[in-house]
Structures are given as C-alpha cells and as structure tokens.
Write a protein that binds this ligand. Structure first.
Ligand code: 3H9
Length: 701
C-alpha cells in the first residue's frame, strides 16, 4: 500500500494519506501528495480533489523525528504550493486531529470539511517552534486575528464545531467513520455543480478593525506572564504581526526565518525531548512487553483522605466502578461528602455535564466492610504512611481480595517488597504512587517490586492511560525516583538558608530558573510536620541535620507551614502569599551560629546549581541502581510531578544540554567549597562525562 494514493470516484480524485500511526507528514507523505496532486490535475476526468487521511486521524503534523536532521526534499513550501495552486478545487476532509503541518496543509486546500468529533490546532509552540508551513499567515486571513492568536499562542486545539462557527471549516459531518469520505465526495460534487472557484487564502487580506495593535500587545503581555521564560509564543506573535503588516509572500518568508531560529534554540530541543520522553515512558521493560494486561473495571480504594478521594475521582472520571473503604462511620461520612462535593464542583466548573455527574456519582460506593472488595480487580491502599499500618491492611486484603486481583500501595517512600512479603501473592503487588491532588496531578509512579508479575505491571500502565496519568516505572528504593531526588534538592535549599541566603532569594532564584514555585514555598505549602516525623525514624547518617535545623525549630513552635498560618514564611489570614518573616531570619542566624557556620553572600547562580545539580547527581545514581530505566523517565517524573520547567526538558536533559563535563566540574567545585559528603559526582555521571557522552546517549545504548 503506497503512503499516498489517488483513486477516482466519478469525477472526483481522492488523495488518501496512509502513514500510521498519526499520518505525520514525512518526506514520503510530502512527495506523495505533490505527485498525486499533479496526477489529479493532469487527469481530464477529474474535476475536483479530496485530500483525506486513513486510520485514526488526519495528518497530525510534520514528522517531528525529521527535526534537527538534514532537510529532505520536497519541503513543506512545495506541498503547500502544489495544493493551493491546484487549478482544480481541493477539499480537505478532516477527522481525528488536524494538527500543526496537518492543519497548515488543510489551510492550503481551497475548502475544508470536518467530522464533528475532530480537533484542529497549531500546537507548534508546545515543541518550542512556530507554525512554519504558512499557518501564521493563512489562519488569521481565514478566522481573524483574535482566534488565530488564541490558537497559535496557546497551542491548544479547538473542536470542529468551534472551527465551523469560526469559518475554519466549511461544513461539519455527523455520523460514523464512513460518513466523512461520503460527505467529502458529496461536498466536492456540489462544488463542481455550482462551479465554485478555488478559494486561495494567500490572496485574501487579514480582516482588521483597528484593534489589532492592542490585541498583539495584550497577547505579548499575557504570554510573558503565563509562559514565563518560554520563547516560542512571543515569536509566534511576531509572525502573526507580519501577517497583518506584510504582503503574503513576505510574511511567509518572515515566518520561515523565525521558524529556523526557533528550531535552532535549546528550548525547542528540550520541548521536543519532553514530547518523546513522555511517550517513551509508557513503554514497558523488555520482560513485560509481551504480557497481556488483566481486564479491570472495579477499583477498590482503602482510605478516604485527600489522596484516596483524589484517586477515586480520577477513576470515576474514567468510568470505573469505585468501592472505597473507610474505618468508621464518621470517616465514611467525611469521605462520601468530599467525593460528592468534588463532583459538584467539577460540574459547576463545566468540566463534566449533568449526565456524567450522575453517572460518576452512581459508580461510587463506600463502606467500612473490607469484604466489599471481594470483587475488585485492582485495590489501591491510600492510608497513613506507616509500615505497620500498611502491612496490616495487606494481610487483610490477602484474605478478602479475589484471585488475580492487583493489590497496590500508594506509599511515597516505603519498601513495596516488604509490604508484598506479608501476603501469599507478592506477584500481584506493586506501588502506585499518585501525587496530590491525585485527580489533578498528571504523574503516576508505577513501582515494580521484586516479585511483581509482568502482567501486573502491564495492567498498571493501562490503568494509568485510562485515568489520563503520565506513568513512569520505578523500582523499589526509599522515595522511588521523584522523592529520592527531592531529598537532595530540599537539603540544599535548607543548607543555603543556613549559609546565608534568605528564603525569598532562594525561592526567587528557582522561580527565575523556571519552576512555578521555589523549594521553601513548596515546603510551606506541603507542611513541615510529616518530614519532621519521618526524620525522627531515620538514622542521622541518611540526611544532613544542618539542612533541617530551622525547619525543626519552626515545627516545634507550631509553625508547620501554610496550614498553621506560618512556616518558613508568614501568611495573612485568608491569603496564601508568602511574606518574609524577620523572626525566621533570627532563628536561622541562631542555628547557623550553633552549627558553626559563618554566613556569607550567596549568588543566585550557586542557589540554582546546588538545588538542580543535586537532582542530576542523584538521578545518575538512580540510573546506575536501575531504579529508573531511562534518564528520560527521570525527566518525565520531574516535568509532571515536581514543576521542573518543561522548556528545559527535565533535569537530566538540562544537564546533558549544559555538558556533563561541566556538570561534573561544578559538582567537584562544590565538593571543595561545601564538602564532598553530598558533592561527589556519581560514578555514571563521571563515566559519561569522561567519554564525552550525554544521558541521551546512555538511553540510546
Ligand atoms: C509541525 O507540524 C511543524 C509545522 O508547522 C511545519 C514546519 C515546517 N511526528 O501521542 P501518541 C508518534 S510540528 C512524528 O502516543 P495519541 C508518537 O511519538 C508538529 N511522530 O498517540 C508515538 O510514537 P510511538 C505539530 C509522531 O493517540 C505515536 O506517534 N504536531 C508525531 O495519544 C503515537 O502517538 C504535533 O505537535 C509527529 N508529529 O495522540 C502533534 N505525532 O508509538 C503531536 C505523534 O513510537 N502529536 N507521533 O511512541 C500528538 O499530539 C499526538 O500524537 C496525537 C495522537 C494527538 C496526534
């Protein structure tokens, strides 16, 4: 089967693109479209042409795997030109997602029809580039500047009905999968019968009403505020401005020049890494690749606290039955109210409709009787983080759960092998570490224990996809991937405070790096009491007591963070803005003196490097220990669970981009200035640096 075929249906030539899985516009697709457009134009029996795609979607964009490689001819401009200059009318028939270059090809066609379930968008900014196949020039000509700005700057697709309303598509098609090709033929027939001439967007002007300068200024200000540090949205606005001020050809040339600059930027490489890293994370390790996932539709959840309720909401949203277990009537009532209140809020915000609200409410049940879990396919324990409590629950589950049920613990630190060992079915056990609030946060660490069966792991990945989580597989260690790395990051923040940086300086330096909030703000938000309690259980050799001196004092003063109105910062009633507190500065000075630390001026650069490189060094150890399968999995964990700026690609990609030799040198430098206890390069990091390699090379081997 050729990648792009042409067949005739009466007087209509149907050009079909068939390039699974998403009809990405590779060199073969570009060449095929040009060949078939020329053939259709040369065929005297063809009076109109339909451009359609096979499989699950219309063309989902340029082939991203070609980015950064030597350009292959023909390029996009030739395809666009062939479509628009076709002297026979060309109709794009869209289903699934017309994204990026896919939508740009559709815009070069003379007419567009779409299945009502389709989505249309220009998501290039999410890859650090701008639409580069004249999309910034044609879209505003067709739908006007406001919608073009909205679509191109946010990168978010719009629905086919909205596109129809805006004139982006000329007709909407209802019905099943076969309805679109039929409707496309009918539409083309009508064009021929009516004698409608091809409509070429490059020959139109952008509709203007005098508000354009204000719109552009507002878009620039919004992008600066909402997408701090990200370049592509600003560049896309420049290209859209060119559509208003320059003739089409000159605007297109400007767009191409901007695209070239964006393509060469470190940000676009980082964002493209993030795109592929996310998809790679979903791949099972070799030993589980042939496993058949177990079927499931009934989920049991033990514990109706914030975490249990969040998990329940995520499962209900995916249409799964949820049976929740609470320990007594009061806790049951609280959890039940919490679930129903959350569903009401989701409805009020318009995220679900009334019917879905009713369905999801009906899928939920709650009881104090563990026996109600006897039919559950997957049971997730989400109770207090104490080994004895977890073990006792798993002993009970072993008695009530049916054969073949998967038993998961939501522990964020504890040893899953130990938990599994109290049951007679360790192969059915694994960790599912959700992040709070579990119905919102995208990350799910799937923790494969020593005896977890391959099909249990495979099922967990299917569950993750179903409940719209980005799953990363981790192996057992204290804190798995995310929290084990976090220890070093928070340790450095605590030490930097003691050594002379203020909390405000530390948090601002990390925000300027691109995080939405700094480490000390985060500690205040999460509350310091759990860490305080956990540290009491750890041997002192595990952590640096100096890092927690100030936090310990604060907890002992009942300043546990936002929830007690004060922590590292102070808070005014009803306001979550962290305010500097001289009392904390005084405690910090006292503790520094007790620890024998002479406070000094610390640069923002040192703050960023100590916090971020501690992540990198621990990440390298996780790879060596095979806790993480790939460096890119660590990146995904940090992008989706910890707010690491996506445009930097994740900590391991950031380190690779800076150069592992430089990273190693910096770590050694900290070893000399602040001590080698935490600042000795991990052996893998040293090895890769010596070999002139990156973590990406490590993943590829
Ligand atoms: C662009 O168009 C630039 C232009 O302006 C022109 C410039 C000159 N290329 O996501 P999935 C792979 S920029 C190559 O799991 P889903 C993906 O890696 C592009 N490969 O499926 C995965 O591979 P694997 C603008 C691609 O159903 C497989 O397809 N377009 C591409 O959950 C399945 O993907 C975009 O940014 C691609 N363009 O979601 C759209 N897209 O199986 C990017 C996907 O080996 N794509 N793959 O892991 C998407 O958003 C989603 O893939 C889509 C389907 C929504 C389409």
């Amino acid at each position: 089967m050729s990648t792009v075929s042409l067949h005739k249906q009466g007087r209509i030539g149907v050009i079909a693109v068939d390039h699974p899985p998403v009809n990405a516009i590779s060199q073969a697709v570009r060449e095929g479209i040009i060949t078939q457009i020329n053939a259709a134009n040369a065929d005297g029996h063809i009076a109109a042409i339909v451009l359609i795609a096979k499989g699950r979607t219309f063309m989902a964009g340029a082939d991203i795997t070609e980015f950064g490689k030597a350009p292959k001819s023909p390029g996009f401009p030739q395809v666009i030109n062939a479509l628009e200059q076709s002297h026979k009318p060309v109709i794009a028939a869209i289903h699934g997602t017309a994204l990026g270059g896919g939508l740009e090809l559709a815009l070069a066609c003379h007419f567009r029809i779409a299945h009502e379930g389709a989505k249309l968008g220009l998501p290039e900014v999410t890859l650090g580039i701008i639409p580069g196949a004249q999309g910034t020039q044609r879209l505003p000509r067709l739908v006007g500047l406001p919608l073009a700005l909205e679509m191109i700057v946010s990168g978010k697709p719009i629905t086919a009905p909205k596109a129809h309303q805006a004139g982006l598509v000329d007709d909407l098609v209802k019905g099943d999968a076969d309805a679109l090709p039929r409707a496309a033929i009918a539409y083309a027939d009508k064009i021929i019968t009516d004698g409608t001439a091809p409509r070429r967007l490059s020959q139109m002007e952008v509709p203007q009403n005098g508000s354009e300068a204000d719109l552009l200024a507002k878009a620039r200000a919004d992008a600066t505020r909402k997408m701090r540090g990200v370049l592509a949205p600003q560049k896309a606005i420049d290209a859209l401005e060119a559509a208003l001020t320059l003739p089409f050809e000159d605007g297109a040339a400007k767009e191409r020049a901007i695209l070239g600059a964006c393509m060469a930027s470190p940000q676009s490489k980082a964002l493209q890494h993030a795109f592929f890293a996310e998809r790679k994370a979903a791949r099972l390790p070799k030993h589980a690749q042939n496993a058949t996932p177990r079927p499931f539709n009934q989920i049991g959840i033990i514990g109706g606290g914030t975490m249990g309720c969040g998990i329940a909401l995520a499962c209900l949203g995916a249409g799964l039955y949820v049976t929740m277990i609470e320990r007594d009537a009061d806790a049951l009532k609280r959890a039940q109210n919490s679930i129903h209140k959350s569903l009401d809020e989701i409805l009020a915000r318009g995220r679900i409709d009334k019917a879905a609200h009713t369905t999801q409410g009906a899928l939920f049940s709650i009881t104090t009787d563990m026996a109600a879990l006897s039919e559950a396919d997957i049971i997730i324990e989400a109770v207090f983080e104490k080994m004895e409590v977890k073990k006792s629950i798993f002993r009970d589950l072993d008695k009530v759960a049916k054969k073949g049920a998967i038993l998961a613990t939501n522990t964020s630190y504890l040893n899953v092998d130990d938990i599994a060992s109290v049951t007679g079915r360790p192969a059915d056990i694994l960790g599912l570490h959700f992040f709070s609030p579990a119905n919102i946060m995208k990350l799910l660490e799937v923790v494969e224990a020593k005896k977890t069966a391959p099909d249990v792991l495979a099922t967990a990945m299917v569950l993750a996809k179903k409940i719209r989580k980005i799953a990363v597989i981790a192996r057992v260690c204290h804190g798995f991937i995310g929290n084990r790395m976090l220890e070093g990051y928070l340790r450095e923040a605590g030490l930097l405070m003691l050594e002379g940086a203020t909390p405000q300086q530390i948090d601002k330096a990390i925000r300027d790096f691109g995080y939405p909030m700094g480490p000390l703000q985060m500690i205040d938000m999460a509350g310091m009491d759990i860490g305080y309690m956990l540290r009491k259980q750890f041997p002192a050799s595990r952590f640096d007591p100096n890092a927690y001196r100030v936090m310990n004092r604060l907890v002992e003063m009942d300043r546990k963070g936002q929830k007690t109105g004060a922590g590292i910062y102070r808070y005014e009633a009803g306001n979550r803005t962290p305010l500097p507190d001289p009392a904390v500065d005084k405690i910090t000075e006292e503790e520094a003196q007790k620890a024998g630390i002479t406070r000094r001026t610390i640069s923002d650069e040192e703050i960023v490097d100590r916090c971020i490189l501690s992540l990198v060094n621990e990440g390298a150890r996780l790879l060596e220990d095979r806790i993480a399968m790939r460096a890119s999995d660590i990146d995904v964990t940090y992008l989706y669970g910890y707010g690491f700026p996506r445009w930097r690609g994740g900590p391991m990609f950031y380190a690779s981009q800076r150069g592992l030799d430089k990273i190693c040198d910096r770590i050694k430098q900290f070893g000399e200035t602040v001590g080698t206890r935490w600042w000795t390069p991990a052996p893998l990091l040293q090895k890769l640096a010596q070999e002139g390699k990156t973590f990406t090379d490590f993943d590829a081997e």
